[in-house]
Design a protein. Structure first.
Ligand SMILES: C[S@@+](CC[C@H](N)C(=O)[O-])C[C@H]1O[C@@H](n2cnc3c(N)ncnc32)[C@H](O)[C@@H]1O
Length: 240
């Protein structure tokens, strides 16, 4: 996997944590600008899939500012825990949860996807939004999600991907190499963070490649739902 800075002696995890701490304040705003707010629609897609599963106990990994945790927390009788390595992203999320009076159903904790502090077979649902490509050890992170899920539990992942259609791929490449760096330069405290996010999106195994990784970890019944010409993808799979 790509490291934010390949030459640095600091682990990818510490670099990612620092990077998200630095951009925590602007993250929601820039996420909206860079996806034309599509990320909200994709997160609602996750909520709609989750609602049908009627989960009682859910975990949102790499929860960041807690959008997905908040959505899942709106499902009746569902308790959600959101975990993240970045304290400052969690602090932004905590404010949103308080404002929405969801403290009873959503709680946020510091935690590492690759070493989860939960027992085996514990959750009905695990969600990960734009988190997996930041993991230091992707396979370890997915194995941990598998471990904490109940038998028949569901994992839903939303992650950036590359369009398969050649024209869309070209358009995506031009868009990400022009519009996103310009927006980052204007609005972000750390424009190198957005270079990392772009590069990691291009290198991350998406589509069937990512499905094969999910299968190797043990997940089954994998569904792939490409969004916005395949620039992001929702993966839904089961622990059996
Ligand atoms: C792009 S943000 C996504 C936030 C949110 N899920 C969303 O969809 O908007 C990625 C988040 O993953 C977190 N992260 C990266 N590696 C992690 C790990 N190993 N364990 C937990 N969180 C991690 C980062 O701190 C950051 O908040």
């Amino acid at each position: 996997m790509l490291k934010p800075n390949q030459k640095s002696k600091i682990s990818k995890k510490s670099q990612v944590e620092k990077m998200f701490d630095t951009i925590s304040f602007e993250y929601d705003f820039l996420n909206g600008i860079m996806t034309f707010n599509s990320h909200k629609r994709w997160k609602k897609n996750i909520l709609n899939i989750a609602k049908k599963l009627k989960p009682k106990n859910a975990l949102d990994i790499a929860t960041g500012t807690a959008d997905i945790a908040i959505d899942i927390g709106s499902i009746p009788n569902c308790q959600v825990v959101g975990i993240d390595v970045s304290q400052k992203m969690l602090n932004v999320g905590r404010k949103k949860i308080k404002k929405m009076k969801l403290d009873e159903s959503v709680r946020l904790e510091t935690g590492d996807a690759e070493n989860l502090n939960f027992k085996d077979n514990y959750f009905d649902l695990v969600t990960i939004g734009f988190g997996v490509r930041n993991f230091q050890d992707l396979e370890m992170g997915l194995k941990e999600s598998f471990r904490v899920l109940n038998k028949d539990g569901t994992l839903i992942i939303l992650e950036t991907s590359l369009p398969e259609n050649i024209i869309m791929k070209l358009f995506y490449s031009i868009f990400t190499r022009t519009y996103i760096p310009i927006m980052a330069r204007i609005f972000s405290k750390d424009k190198s963070a957005y270079n990392y996010l772009l590069n990691s999106a291009e290198l991350f195994p998406s589509g069937t490649k990512f499905c094969n990784i999910l299968k190797a970890v043990g997940f089954a019944d994998i569904l792939i739902k490409p969004k916005l010409f395949g620039s992001s993808t929702i993966y839904v799979c089961k622990k059996q």
